[in-house]
Design a protein around this ligand. Structure first.
Ligand SMILES: C[S@@+](CC[C@H](N)C(=O)[O-])C[C@H]1O[C@@H](n2cnc3c(N)ncnc32)[C@H](O)[C@@H]1O
Length: 234
């Protein structure tokens, strides 16, 4: 489906994830990856060349939003965007900061207008607001996969950790004592697609045990109604 699309990536990081995919899968498309951090860019460049995938994976040392402004029509963006929530950019890991609730970069990607989005979304960065934002920009969730992750060194950093606790108490982050969820989500701007937005919302809020989480899971009545209709017709 994506082989003839122009694929761009926000945040190549080490490049290792996509390099592994290109090495072991017959994907014939080309990916232009943007990496704002010079040291990460240089590392990724070497990984790409060493693994002989430079003909399919180009890495560019630029800010994604400045570079792709006019190149989005019909295209696809992939990203594991920065999603750590904190009131201020954390000094130790500025490149992983997603704004006050962690959703800022993801929402900015949604606003670019790509036809396809393939993004990681975490349950600790106001995921319901991201799903709503995508719905309001005409996207439908085609498919998703979700797994749990243990809090790591970055999410345990005191200012991030405190912010996650605040967001949890406001039902804007959904975590258990030691874990959060990360979903890989495929969105498409297509009027006929069956939308899994409400199922994604349930999956991303599933770790929280508070009664408010159950309430938060019902925030998208339009999509939920769509899924009910489909079941009734099955
Ligand atoms: C969470 S890491 C993901 C890295 C890699 N894709 C992975 O999954 O392991 C996010 C990356 O996005 C980069 N980044 C953040 N904002 C960016 C922007 N506006 N343009 C390009 N790269 C950006 C950061 O430097 C960081 O390397």
């Amino acid at each position: 489906m994506l082989e003839n699309k122009e694929i761009v990536e926000l945040g190549v990081g080490t490049g290792e994830t996509i390099v592994e995919l290109l090495k072991y899968h017959d994907f014939a498309g080309k990916i232009n990856g943007y990496e704002i951090d010079r040291a990460s860019y240089e590392y990724a460049r070497k990984v790409i060349v060493d693994n002989s995938v430079a003909d399919r994976y180009m890495v560019i040392n630029e800010n994604f939003f400045a570079a792709v402004r006019n190149a989005v029509v019909g295209g696809c963006v992939i990203s594991n965007p920065p999603y750590l929530p904190a009131y201020e950019r954390p000094a130790q890991m500025p490149e992983l900061w997603g704004g006050a609730d962690g959703s800022q970069v993801t929402k900015k990607i949604v606003e670019c207008g790509f036809e396809h989005l393939i993004l990681l979304v975490s349950s600790l960065s106001n995921p319901l607001s991201i799903i709503e934002h995508a719905v309001s920009h005409g996207y439908k969730v085609l498919d998703f996969t979700v797994r749990t992750m243990r809090f790591g060194i970055y999410s345990s950093e005191p200012r991030v950790c405190e912010r996650i606790a605040q967001l949890s108490s406001q039902c804007e982050a959904f975590v258990s004592a030691d874990r959060y969820c990360v979903a890989g989500v495929a969105w498409v701007k297509h009027p006929d697609a069956i939308d899994l937005s409400s199922s994604l919302a349930r999956a991303l809020t599933s770790l929280a045990s508070c009664p408010e989480a159950a309430q938060a899971q019902t925030v998208m009545p339009r999509e939920a109604a769509g899924e009910r209709d489909r079941c009734a017709n099955a």
